[in-house]
Design a protein around this ligand. Structure first.
Ligand SMILES: [Zn+2]
Length: 296
């Protein structure tokens, strides 16, 4: 599903799952629920379900078609992977149908970038073929963060079960076969694509920044921002953040940097239409969904 096109770059979302997910206090352990409800009243109805107190989050990949390359950012949960029930139960067809609807085959992807190595960001990296984990995108180079890989390797060595499964079935086969490049968190990937360090949610997470025409910027913000309510309360990190304090520092710094500019922010888990622009509002921020100013 196309999100927007700008300066010769087309950005689409491949949605694996969407809808109301976790309750406010579960997703944001430090949230003040009454304050959250007041904020939600001012926000779009597709962001929060009052009757169930559940927050809408989407699990998706981003597809970038630039003049020179076809790039996939993050690869959701995937299929055939031994995962806890809440992940294993995901239907696989929506993501595959979304990919097919873009008129591409897996062979057409030139570059796969994983912003971090959580379960919902690496799954379609590999497919089970003849009992082996093979690259889903046979012609693609895969980019993993070096710091991120070292962090998860250490977790694996400490015996963490889910980390081991993710590492073994979705990352290691690509590293061993030489398909993956371990990049620094601020790497220049060429063609206007740059990585931006965004530690906190995980130690090695990065954003992916694309400069269009050397001018307009798109910021694929990974999990720096799970939901627009974190613009109202930037200190609220999620239950999935490895270092919630650092995650909040990273979030506020990014919001301050891009607020009141025409940078397009594209966070991984914000529901369709996903892409937005940040505005300042005193010490807080507001998330603005698209309107014609960026149509080209
Ligand atoms: Zn995530």
């Amino acid at each position: 599903m196309e999100l927007f096109s700008i300066a010769g770059v087309r950005v689409s979302a491949l949605i694996e799952r969407e809808g109301p997910q976790r309750k406010t206090a579960e997703l944001f352990p430090t949230a003040d629920r009454e304050l959250a409800i007041r904020h939600f009243r001012d926000m779009e109805s597709f962001l929060y379900q009052p009757a169930s107190d559940r927050i809408y989050n989407t699990y998706q990949s981003f597809l970038l078609r630039t003049p020179g390359r076809t790039v996939l950012i993050d690869t959701c949960v995937g299929e055939d992977k031994a995962r806890p029930p809440q992940f294993a139960a995901y239907p696989k067809k929506p993501w595959l149908d979304a990919f097919a609807a873009e008129g591409l085959s897996f062979e057409d992807i030139d570059l796969v970038i994983c912003t971090h190595l959580h379960v919902d960001h690496v799954g379609w990296n590999t497919k089970l073929i003849d009992g082996c984990w093979q690259p889903t995108f046979p012609n693609a180079k895969y980019i993993f963060g070096r710091v991120e890989c070292e962090y998860w390797e250490a977790k694996v060595n400490q015996g963490y079960d889910l980390a081991s499964r993710i590492w073994t079935d979705s990352c290691l086969p690509l590293i061993r076969s030489g398909r993956a490049e371990l990049a620094e968190m601020d790497a220049d990937l060429g063609g206007g694509l740059n990585l931006r360090p965004a530690p906190g949610h995980t130690p090695g997470m990065f954003c992916v920044e694309l400069a269009c025409d050397g001018q307009r910027r798109i910021m694929f913000a990974a999990d720096v921002l799970h939901h627009p309510i974190q613009c109202r309360e930037p200190s609220w990190s999620t239950c999935f953040c490895e270092d919630p304090v650092q995650a909040a520092v990273t979030r506020r710094a990014l919001l301050e940097e891009i607020a009141d500019t025409d940078v397009i922010i594209v966070p991984e888990h914000v529901p369709f239409p996903t892409a937005g622009r940040i505005e300042t509002d005193g010490e807080r921020f507001r998330y603005r969904f698209p309107f014609p100013w960026w149509r080209s």
